[in-house]
Design a protein around this ligand. Structure first.
Ligand code: SF4
Length: 191
């Protein structure tokens, strides 16, 4: 099968690539993740993925838009809470993947987002299917979450960078929510 694999990051790609290899599918990797902020973080994740691509002899398409911060903020608009923000964020990336797959004459595409236990799996499947239909390709669905621990072990063994937050500045902030509140209370003890 002629498949495009949208890759969100290196650590999340180990298990999906293993599954695809076992099925005899040699995908082309595609990286477009304007949701990763700030730039130094984006750069680290790209470097980690390069290591994985090398290990799996994976051909990669690195979207020429690169660190497209403006595009991402424009796409999410006022959807700042995660319930509304995350589906828009998936849509930006899956829409791009569907388009690249269609333009490249590929049969189907899928995404490593389907590996994460922290993502809204049902939304990813729904949006992937919708975008695929619109572009005349198929969305290759697989619940990669089954290999959660195996993927973690593989990425630790490879020694690549494993990020501590999802990607956007909002998710980085959410990670430190309690600390932020404690700091605010310490700075303004009377409030
Ligand atoms: S938390 Fe993750 S999926 Fe949700 S908007 Fe931020 S980067 Fe995208």
């Amino acid at each position: 099968m002629n498949l495009l694999l949208h890759i969100c990051c290196g650590p999340c790609s180990f298990y999906p690539l293993t599954v695809l290899q076992e099925k005899g599918i040699n995908p082309v990797g595609y990286f477009f993740n304007p949701n990763i902020h700030p730039f130094r973080e984006y750069e680290r994740r790209v470097e980690a993925l390069k290591v994985v691509a090398e290990e799996f002899s994976l051909s990669m398409i690195w979207d020429q838009r690169g660190y497209d911060l403006e595009h991402w903020f424009q796409a999410i608009g006022d959807s700042r809470d995660s319930v509304r923000r995350c589906p828009e964020c998936y849509r930006v990336r899956l829409e791009a993947a569907a388009q690249v797959a269609a333009e490249g004459g590929m049969e189907a595409f899928t995404t490593t987002l389907l590996y994460s236990r922290y993502q809204r799996h049902g939304e990813i499947r729904k949006i992937g299917t919708e975008t695929a239909e619109r572009h005349g390709v198929k969305f290759w669905y697989h619940d990669f979450r089954e290999g959660w621990q195996q993927g973690i072990d593989m990425s630790i063994e490879a020694g690549i960078y494993r990020q501590p937050y999802c990607g956007c500045l909002f998710s980085e902030r959410e990670r430190y929510e309690k600390r932020e509140k404690r700091l605010a209370a310490a700075l303004n003890p009377g409030e």
